[in-house]
Ligand binder design. Sequence first.
Ligand code: PHE
Length: 427
Amino acid sequence: MASVGSAVGLGNIWRFPTVVSGSGGGAFVLVYLGAIGLLGLPLLMAELALGRRGRGSVLTCFRTLAPGTAWWGIGLISVTAVTIILSFYAVIAGWVSIYLGAGLAGRFRGLDVATLQALFFDIAGHPWLPLAAQAAFLALTAGIVALGVRAGIERWSRVLMPGIVVILLVLLGRVVLLPGAPAGLGWFLRPRPELITPAVALRAVGQVFFSFSLGMGAMVTYGSYLDARQPITSSAVYIALADLAVALLGGLVVIPALFAFGIEPTMGPGLIFVALPAVLGAMPLGMLWSALFFLMLYAAALTSSVAMLETIVAHAGRRRRWATGLAASGVFLLGIPSALAAGPLSAFRPLGHDFLGLADFIASNVLLPLGGLGTAVFVGWVWGAERARAELERLSPRSRAGGAWALAMRYLVPALLAYVFVTGLTG
Ligand code: PHE
């Protein structure tokens, strides 16, 4: 339940619809599903097993299982990735909190899409408001980590996850009645293999890693909390299905709304902040739903950011509070250009991205797949697929699925990941 809480976050409700929209709809969804089955699920099992066997964080796991080697370098890639991700994650979560306030103030009532778009640029482009909201979110995250009340927060997951699903279902009920919605549903769900390009495939893989919290050590840490009796395979399947279900729900709500209200699908990170208020503004009791929705999204982002900060400070030992404050401050500084990307820094567009998009690209599409590749090679060849399989099937009979997993870990996962990575970056 706790790992579901950490996996479900902005990745499902903000990033998934945004990437789907920017990558041709159904073509992307098809690769996404394939990437979950062939890469995400096997790697999720590998990271959980690695954590349970290595009993520690990403850095120590590699050292315990392959002492005296340079494999812990993979842990370093993971920690770098999670630090960059948290830096812009806090910016998006900050926007969520500003929208929570705006919704409560009744700002979405009766607004057309052009005005909602302008509202987004006012908010995200404001000279200091996004910075303040980003700082507040990080301070809250650091407070939870420093006080060691993470376990308490994770208990929220039990109400939070069903709550989010219920609200998304309510929104879905409104969205499907909008004129234009069926066209959007078709665009989202109709697989169109002819539109799959290497770049789309790499983005799908990056999204699976982001959403499943893979390649950044978070699931290794969660694996280290699993006790020996807990079956890893079924836990992994459960986490994967729950995460996929919330992402699909997010897409089902947001994408038809784009078609119904004529919102540009390639609009980028502000997409859901225009689409969702448009839907909410058209609902009876819209203000109430809007407050509930943004509050829950904020809480879901918090369960994720706490897991990220934990991963970063996992090595701090007894200096934990200091380390937490220091790490959170560093992440804040690193995130400042992302917070200003839609405002004062909007003219700064390295490699065709704004700063937030660039940070996201480097972390999600470069570092996470690299970390995942390293983990797969490590588990398949260094620690050894058979030993890893023994950890997976501890206390349960050897099964065919375990055998298939071991083979996939050695050959399919590394080869496929390397192929998608290289073609996606160069193609
Ligand atoms: N998977 C989370 C999301 O989709 C992000 C996350 C990454 C959470 C790493 C924890 C650790 O929002």
